[in-house]
Design a protein around this ligand. Sequence first.
Ligand code: CA
Length: 225
Amino acid sequence: MRIFLVEDTHDVGEAISRRFHQTGHTVDWETDGVAASEILSFTEYDLVILDVMLPGVDGFSILRKLRQSGSGVPVLVLTARSEVDDRVSALDLGADDYLVKPFDFRELEARARVLLRRRSGGEPTNVIICGDISLDRTNRNVMVGKREIQLKRREIVLLEILASRPGKVFSKDELLDQLFGFEEAAGENAIELYIGRLRKKLEGARARIVTLRGSGYQLVSDDAA
Ligand code: CA
C-alpha cells in the first residue's frame, strides 16, 4: 500500500519510513507542511501519517484542507504528549485515529493495519483470500492451499493489491504508483517483470493473474467462475 508520511523530526520519520518499507509498503516521506499539502492535492494514498507541529503549515491545516477537498483517505495523526486538545481537534477535523508521542512502533503498525484494512474494503481479518491463495497481512505469509510460498517483498505487495479486489483491472500506472514511491525510478518494464515472477510462483493455484492487453492486470479466482 502507498503511505504518505509527514514528519519533520528526522529520526522519527526515518524510523517510521524504514519500518513500513520493511513490511512491503511504499512510503513517501515529506518534512515540510506546505510541500506535504501540495503533494496531497494531486497524489492518492492509502494512508496518511501526519505530524501536527510542522514547518510551513501545521498538520491540522493540512488535514482540514484535505477533508474540504473531499478526500476520504485514512489519516492517522501523531501528537505530542503535552498537546492535550490536539487529540480532540484531530478527530473533529476528520482524522481517523491518533497516536501520542512517544509511541511504540508496533502500536503504530497495528493502528495503520486497521486503517489500511478498512480502506481496502473492510475485511474482518488480516487474511486476504482469493481462490486457494491466502495472504496474511500480519506476518506477510502467502499460502497456496496448504503450501507456503516464498515471495519477495514487492511480490507480496503486488499480490496484496491484486487480491484485495479480485476481478478489478489494475493498470500498469496504478500498480507503478502503489509499488514504487516518488524516489524510485521504475518503468512499466518493472511491472511486467514483477507480474511475471509472481505468476510463476503462483503456478498451480486456483487463481490466476490475467493480462488484459492495453488495460492492465487482474487476479481471477477459478472458484468464482
Ligand atoms: Ca513535528
